[in-house]
Ligand binder design. Structure first.
Ligand code: FES
Length: 183
């Protein structure tokens, strides 16, 4: 599924070295199963037996430099942000497609991409996260990294799917409870 070749879709640079970011067409609700299916393996947080939905969030051909995409996952209203960074956990050419929860791990304010620095910055108390280092905290009171959305790509179509979340999203006991699941 995720064996996408560089010739198949536009190349994407690492965001830290070249300050290039991606955008994809955001999608809060469209769910689709891929040909062959995706294994929904990850468990949803601390205690639940539920598994994550597989939700199409973009297509490789929609990606553009400098305009990240926001999408709900795994619950409605739980915003995430798509970026172009060559990082562990990234997918696609150069592993350059990543997505993070936009809820700061300190007190849950929104984080946004700061173009000049290439960092994700919280608007409330200025915690700084490095999207090139799997959302690691670089400054500020945030206690943990930003949860990373696990992505997968259909190599035949270029569709990008959210398939899980690594880390507990701020304010939730379980990433799939306390809300309406995105379909
Ligand atoms: S809520 Fe983000 S730094 Fe406090």
């Amino acid at each position: 599924m995720s064996n996408v070749k560089e010739k198949d879709f536009p190349a994407v640079d690492g965001c830290m070295s070249r300050r290039r970011l991606l955008k994809a067409a955001g999608c809060a609700g469209a769910a689709a199963l891929l040909a062959g299916g995706l294994a929904s393996k990850a468990e949803a947080g601390l205690s639940g037996a539920k598994t994550y939905p597989q939700v199409k969030v973009a297509n490789m051909r929609d990606l553009r430099t400098g305009r990240p995409v926001k999408f709900d996952y795994p619950l409605v209203g739980r915003k995430n942000i798509h970026l172009g960074c060559s990082v562990e956990g990234g997918v696609g050419p150069n592993r350059s497609i990543v997505a993070y929860s936009m809820f700061c791990s300190h007190l849950g304010c929104s984080v946004e991409m700061q173009w000049e620095s290439g960092m994700l910055v919280c608007e409330c108390h200025q915690s700084v996260y490095d999207p090139g280092q799997s959302g690691r905290v670089m400054e500020g009171p945030a206690p943990t990294s930003l949860p990373m959305v696990n992505l997968d790509i259909d190599a035949s179509t270029g569709d990008i799917y959210a398939v899980g979340v690594a880390g507990l999203i701020y304010g939730l006991r379980n990433n799939l409870l306390d809300g309406e699941e995105v379909r």
